[in-house]
Design a protein around this ligand. Structure first.
Ligand code: C2E
Ligand code: CA
Ligand code: CA
Length: 576
């Protein structure tokens, strides 16, 4: 039932209108003046408003202008009722954004006609809006999931495929082979014959590979000359070997590029689910390790992964034992990278990024030690230390003249799934005195996808405490934005791989434009990460991005230097 609010000071007209609307099965409400009317609109959010122009105190124009300036009420259809058929009054009302008007006295048919027209228009608009949203979403999915050169799916789809197989594989004896295929000498072909020949070669390779495997198998292009394949479940490793031979065979022919005959060789590495690993990222990585071992020996070969191949594992062990002592030795430091609002051009917050000052090796970036800490569980105490430190520091800044500053904290997978996470965060906030609204937690899509129901529950708890959530590295994960929408979050961070060279790279600009549009349609705030050039910034500004972060404005800084930056009130400059 549609809800209609009547704002009218003349009791007789108000009463008549109510009766008429009631009889037509509308849910009719009434207000006897503009002030009560505004209050009711905000409480009830009606589907349509009928409002008198001439009222004491707050007249109809004032009501309309208050409604239009509030995003919550800006789009509610609004029909003026006026006694004076004065053209100027009507024009003024329409210019202020009224949708229609009725001049008193009006007939029942006129009233119902005006209401029906409004609802019809509203519905058409909603339909159009939904279909634009749908289109943008599917375009975005296509851009994110498929390689524009070869039309092959990319890395993001492999995970979905693996999951599909796993849900179907009931026999425990079955294994899923993952291939990593690398074209040897591709870059020299690209350099000597030119990139357009390189492109045709890649397209041809993609076609040949797809021809060898069966339709249930997936061939994906990972980057320049590297491909990955997921085959449907098999029983014996040797079945994978047959396919590897067939693939190598298909590629060992001559390609005619620009009138020249070109031969290529390729190397394949193979890893198996579940023997070697259970998640797609690790499986691809192990298959790649196997590929480089085979490549070292000779071209046109395939190689299974074995655990002896793990490269750098000795270094990792040394690093790991140092990591155990690092917390007690106070070797960590939190750096802060500014987040800058593109409208005000001013710093609005910071992302807290941890650094490890290793006594011998110097500064170690989180990219190298977070995966280790995640694997051995040290990420829990490290993460807690980062949270405490950043919360304490932010509170200090709040007290010293920057009360609006917000801080973003990264959570890794293991941290997010630890029991009692939200209680722990609330404890830290209480101890430091920092308001929950000042904190935003950054999570990646893949973290949320590990266990969807419990992720939704945890996010709900955090949100109930007033803590904001951002999706980090958006676009590098595995899902569409509309799917992600089931998680309560407020901010979306576009990964820097989409920001790079955005002004000149057609794919990146299409993806980023679509992400910003969709995010705004869903009422999310958009942060672009890794902004390095003025061109990237100008593009983001023109396309309505809200916040930027990147070396162009500032690298991550130690707390003291970040504070100096705050005090200088450094502003972002955007070129036109
Ligand atoms: P992230 O969350 O995507 O953080 C942004 C990374 O991009 C940071 O790398 C930052 O220094 C870098 N960056 C910022 N602007 C630019 C730019 O303009 N160009 C380029 N090329 N890079 C830029 P960093 O500090 O090395 O951190 C790497 C990753 O480690 C982070 O990626 C985050 O996932 C993780 N990490 C950092 N601190 C923590 C932490 O306290 N806890 C957890 N769990 N993870 C953390
Ligand atoms: Ca982050
Ligand atoms: Ca990020």
């Amino acid at each position: 039932m549609k809800k209609i609010l009547v704002i009218e000071d003349e009791e007789f007209i108000r009463y008549n209108l109510m009766e008429l609307l009631d009889a037509e099965d509308f849910d009719a409400r009434a207000a006897e003046n503009g002030v009560i009317g505004l209050q009711l609109v905000r409480e009830e959010i009606p589907d349509l408003i009928l409002c008198d122009v001439m009222m004491p105190e707050l007249d109809g124009y004032a009501v309309l202008s208050a409604l239009r300036s509030d995003p919550l009420t800006a789009t509610i259809p609004f029909i003026f009722i006026t006694a004076r058929a004065d053209k100027n009054d009507l024009r003024k009302g329409m210019q202020m954004g009224a949708d229609d008007y009725l001049t008193k006295p009006f007939t029942r048919a006129e009233l119902l006609g005006a209401i029906a027209t409004r609802f019809k228009k509203q519905q058409a608009m909603e339909e159009r809006y939904n279909s634009t949203l749908k289109q943008a979403n599917s375009r975005l999915n296509r851009l994110i999931h498929y390689d524009s050169l070869t039309g092959l799916p990319n890395r993001l789809i492999l995970r979905e495929r693996l999951n599909q197989f796993l849900s179907k594989t009931t026999e425990s004896s079955q294994i899923v082979p993952i291939f990593f295929l690398d074209l040897n000498r591709f870059s020299s072909i690209n350099d000597t014959l030119g990139p357009s020949c390189g492109d045709s070669l890649l397209k041809e390779v993609a076609r040949l590979l797809s021809g060898v495997v069966s339709p249930e198998d997936t061939v994906a292009r990972l980057n320049a000359d590297q491909f990955a394949l997921i085959l449907s479940p098999i029983h014996h490793q040797r079945e994978a070997a047959h396919i590897a031979e067939a693939l190598l065979d298909a590629l060992s022919q001559s390609f005619l590029l620009n009138g020249q005959q070109v031969f290529i060789t390729s190397s394949i590495g193979i890893a198996f689910y579940p023997k070697d690993a259970r998640d797609i990222d690790t499986l691809i990585q192990l298959a790649e390790t196997a590929m480089s071992h085979g490549k070292n020996r000779r071209g046109n070969s395939y190689q299974y992964y074995t655990s002896q191949m793990q490269v750098g594992s000795k270094d990792d062990r040394a690093l790991e034992s140092a990591l155990y002592k690092s917390l007690s030795r106070n070797e960590f430091e939190v750096y802060y990278q500014p987040l800058v609002n593109l409208q005000t051009r001013q710093i609005v917050g910071a992302e807290a990024l941890v650094r490890w000052k290793h006594p011998e090796l110097g500064m170690i970036s989180p990219g190298s030690f977070i995966p280790l800490a995640e694997a051995n569980g040290l990420i829990i105490p490290i993460g807690e230390w980062v949270l405490k430190t950043a919360a304490k520091q932010t509170k200090l800044w709040h007290r010293s003249g920057f009360p609006w500053l917000r801080v973003s904290i990264n959570l890794s997978c293991r941290q997010f799934s630890q029991p009692g996470l939200s209680e722990k965060i609330v404890e830290v906030l209480a101890a430091t005195g920092l308001e929950p609204q000042a904190i935003e937690l950054e999570l990646t899509e893949s973290i949320l996808m590990q266990d969807v129901p419990s992720a939704i529950a945890t996010l709900g708890q955090l949100q109930a405490k007033g803590i904001k959530i951002a999706i980090d590295d958006f676009g590098t994960g595995y899902c569409s934005l509309s799917y992600l929408k089931q998680f309560p979050f407020t901010t979306l961070k576009i990964d820097r791989c989409f920001v790079r060279n955005i002004a000149n790279d057609a794919t990146n600009s299409a993806i980023t434009t679509a992400i910003i549009q969709m995010a705004h349609d869903l009422n999310l705030e958009v942060i672009a990460e890794g902004v390095e050039t003025e061109d990237e910034l100008a593009f983001l500004y023109q396309h309505g991005c809200d916040i930027m972060q990147g070396f162009l404005f500032s690298r991550p800084l130690p707390a003291i230097e970040f504070e100096q930056l705050l005090r200088t009130e450094k502003c972002l400059t955007i070129k036109n």
